[in-house]
Design a protein around this ligand. Structure first.
Ligand code: X2X
Length: 348
């Protein structure tokens, strides 16, 4: 064989060899959620923008971490997962700064949340993730978390008394629901549906568009819904640094662009009918068919009794958790909390 041809083949071989046949992406929920659809969109865009070199397979419903959702961050760090669309809740046991989003009643509006994500605090959080071996690419969203239960309407902290509420295995949620007088128990999402069906738990908390509707929780007896926006659940599009380092700069750029584009679409899907109309307009402009433009009317039509709390009613819950907020702000770190407060203020 000609020398130059050998050279060409070697270079070609190297170029090919640096890509795996399949890159694994972890998601906690199934494909029919905004979160799952965002993951698929990201995979499709990455394939398209890298000319098929980066081929991502989405592993839904926690397949990669075998049900233990608070292990996802570790999987990503070690490169067992190449990518993830990870909830800040599930990563918060390893990344204490992410408890910022778990602070009860800390984010009164999407506008303030977006300002924090795009602002100083969001940048500091991304920097922290990089230090821990995870390359953050974009902010997506599961949504504002609302309460459902099978027993009664919840309008006051007294209504919550004694209700057995499933929360994710992140300690701040146990603290919060204890302070509210409920009986919280931590459980992986993979077990929640059966637990609801069997009445092992009375209630749970999750976003309406992101989880409650796609999983049809009313069919599992969750007939009472309280809208209180008590916590927000961002989803971070991210790569394992171990994988990220193997990509040449032009591939990194393509993957980064794909993440921003997919995240914008994903966030809009998660917010439909719960914002000022911007999400729906954006999706309409993209030509995406939105099946449930009014999620609250839809839930009511399914027989769910919806209790929307007034600001004064929310104030009563907020009072009960003031100690939890103080304690967890110290845990998160005052620098980050001050940055977040400043970011929020700028949005107002
Ligand atoms: O487990 C949950 O409640 C879920 C699906 O919302 C998260 O992964 C945080």
């Amino acid at each position: 064989m000609k020398r130059w041809l050998v050279g060409v083949l070697v270079v070609l071989g190297l170029a090919l060899a640096q890509f795996k046949a399949e890159y694994k992406l972890s998601v906690v929920v199934g494909p029919n959620t905004a979160w799952g659809m965002g993951a698929q969109r990201f995979a499709d865009l990455v394939r398209e923008k890298t000319g098929g070199r980066v081929n991502i397979k989405v592993y839904y419903s926690g397949q990669l971490f075998a049900g233990q959702q608070t292990n996802e961050f570790q999987l990503l760090r070690t490169g067992v997962a190449d990518f993830a669309l990870g909830s800040t809740i599930n990563w918060s046991p390893q990344v204490k700064e992410l408890n910022l989003f778990n602070l009860p009643f800390f984010f009164p509006s999407y506008k303030e949340l977006d300002a924090v994500e795009e602002g100083q605090a969001g940048k500091a959080i991304f920097q922290r993730l990089r230090q821990l071996g995870v390359e953050p690419l974009a902010w997506g969203e599961n949504g504002y978390r609302q309460l459902t239960n099978s027993k009664r309407p919840v309008r006051t902290p007294e209504d919550l008394a004694g209700l057995k509420i499933r929360v994710v295995g992140a300690p701040i949620f146990i603290d919060t629901f204890r302070a509210l007088g409920a009986n919280p128990t931590s459980m992986n999402w993979a077990e929640v549906l059966t637990a609801l069906q069997q009445g092992v738990i009375d209630g749970q908390e999750n976003p309406i568009v992101g989880v409650i509707i796609p999983y049809k929780l009313w069919e599992l007896g969750q007939r009472y819904l309280t809208l209180w926006n008590y916590a927000i659940d961002p989803v971070i599009f991210a790569a394992s640094a171990a994988t990220w380092r193997t990509f040449p700069p032009e591939v990194q750029k393509a993957v980064q662009e794909a993440a921003l584009e997919a995240a914008r679409y994903q966030k809009a899907l998660a917010r439909v009918g719960t914002d000022d109309g911007a999400a729906l307009r954006y999706l309409n402009a993209l030509g995406v068919k939105v099946e449930i433009p009014d999620p609250i009317a839809y839930l009511e039509a399914q027989g769910v009794q919806v209790t929307a709390l007034t600001p004064a009613e929310i104030g009563r819950f907020r009072e009960r958790v003031s100690g939890v907020v103080q304690r967890w702000m110290a845990e998160i770190g005052s620098t980050l909390v001050v940055q977040a407060e400043a970011d929020k203020k700028r949005a107002r």
